[in-house]
Design a protein around this ligand. Structure first.
Ligand SMILES: C[S@@+](CC[C@H](N)C(=O)[O-])C[C@H]1O[C@@H](n2cnc3c(N)ncnc32)[C@H](O)[C@@H]1O
Ligand SMILES: [Zn+2]
Length: 196
C-alpha cells in the first residue's frame, strides 16, 4: 500500500513550472460514466453521471508504477505523516507480487473513489491495467465505491464511514470483516465484565 496527500494537490502543476514540462504532464483521466464531487463518506468521491450498467468498465486506476520496495518506502513515509496528524490517505494499489501502482498522481481521477463495505464496483486487473468495474447497475448520482481490500493488521487505524447497513466500522477486506466484528464483541463483553 502507498500513500498520498488527501487534498490531491501534491502533484498539481505549479504555476512556476516551465511551460514545456507542464505540457508534457498527462491529462487527468476522464470517464463518460462518472465525475468527481464532495462525498459524505470522505473528502471527494466519484459519482455516476447516468445509469451505469453492471459490468461496465467505469474508469482506469492509473498512476506511477513502482517496485514493492519503493511502495514500502512510500508507505512508511505515509505512516510517519499520519502519525504526525496529517491525513494519511492511501493510494497504493498492489498490482502483483513485483509492482505497485502509486495512484496519488493528479491525472488519476479514479483516486477519488472511496471504499464501501457494500460496494457497487470492484477493481479488476486486465493485462497489467487496473479497471474499476460496476458489479451491479448503479443509479445516476450514486457514489461509486469498491472494497479497498485492506488487511486486518492495524485495522483500527482505518475507521470506515461508508454508511452501509453492514459496515464493519473499519476498512477491512470482506473475507476478514468477521474478525473485526468478533473483536468488537469480545471488547464489549470484556467491558461489561469490568463494569461495577
Ligand atoms: C484513494 S483516497 C479516496 C479519495 C478521498 N476521499 C479524497 O478526497 O482524496 C483513500 C482515502 O480516502 C479515505 N476513505 C476512503 N474510503 C473511506 C471510508 N469508507 N471511510 C473513511 N475514509 C475513507 C481514507 O482516508 C483513504 O486512505
Ligand atoms: Zn464501511
Amino acid at each position: 500500500m502507498l500513500l498520498g496527500r488527501c487534498d490531491g494537490l501534491c502533484y498539481e502543476v505549479r504555476p512556476t513550472m516551465p511551460k514545456k514540462a507542464a505540457k508534457n504532464k498527462p491529462q487527468p483521466t476522464r470517464s463518460e460514466w462518472a465525475a468527481v464531487r464532495g462525498s459524505q463518506i470522505h473528502g471527494r468521491g466519484m459519482f455516476a453521471k447516468k445509469t451505469i450498467p453492471k459490468g461496465t468498465r467505469v474508469i482506469e486506476y492509473t498512476g506511477e508504477r513502482i517496485t514493492k520496495a519503493e511502495g514500502w518506502r512510500r508507505e512508511l513515509a505515509r505512516q510517519e505523516r499520519a502519525g504526525r496528524g496529517a491525513d494519511g490517505c492511501i493510494y497504493i494499489f498492489e498490482l502483483n507480487t513485483k509492482v505497485d501502482i502509486d495512484g496519488s498522481v493528479r491525472w488519476n481521477t479514479a483516486r477519488y473513489i472511496n471504499h464501501s463495505c457494500e460496494p457497487n464496483c470492484e477493481s479488476q486487473v486486465v493485462r497489467g491495467r487496473v479497471w474499476i468495474v460496476a458489479i451491479r447497475e448503479i443509479g445516476p448520482g450514486d457514489e461509486l465505491s469498491y472494497d479497498y481490500y485492506y488487511d486486518y493488521e492495524h485495522y483500527h487505524e482505518h475507521p470506515c464511514r461508508c454508511g452501509a447497513k453492514s459496515c464493519a466500522g473499519y476498512i477491512v477486506k470482506a473475507p476478514l470483516r468477521w474478525r473485526v466484528r468478533h473483536a468488537a464483541r469480545k471488547g464489549k463483553k470484556k467491558g461489561a465484565r469490568q463494569a461495577p
